[in-house]
Design a protein around this ligand. Structure first.
Ligand SMILES: [Zn+2]
Length: 130
């Protein structure tokens, strides 16, 4: 196992990791029988930091750069220096890019589910205590 990680492979791993490549992309690039799991394990052992998922990281767009063709998914807190919008190309007719559209739909579904459970709990109490 240790034979896989030559000095060159470790350097390459660090570079690719910092460029935001996914573990499976890195495994593919390094080859030599290195698997996705081996990449993740090695990255942890040599202390490479976890990165935000490349899917939701977005392009990074300030409010001044934002047009109606850029995704408005916000990152960080409005008004703070690190705040930005996703800025990727929106799905035609929408306000978000494809992954963020999906994420917003997931949140709507989650909220609906939560509301339904609250209502169920309400009915239960109403029946029990009336
Ligand atoms: Zn987006």
């Amino acid at each position: 196992m240790s034979g896989l990680w030559t000095d060159g492979a470790v350097v390459r791993l660090t570079q690719l990791w910092n460029e935001g490549k996914s573990a499976s992309e890195i495994a593919e690039t390094l080859g030599n029988g290195i698997t996705r799991n081996a990449v993740i394990g090695k990255a942890h052992r040599i202390g490479l930091k976890g990165r935000p998922s490349p899917i939701i990281r977005g392009e990074g767009c300030s409010i001044h750069q934002l047009t109606d063709r850029n995704c408005r998914w916000p990152f960080g807190h409005p008004g703070s220096p690190g705040f930005y919008f996703c800025g990727k190309k929106v799905v035609p007719g929408g306000s978000y890019c494809e992954p963020h559209k999906q994420q917003s739909l997931d949140q709507v579904a989650l909220e609906r589910d939560r509301k339904r459970r609250r209502e169920k709990a309400g009915e239960y109490f109403a029946q029990t205590f009336s």
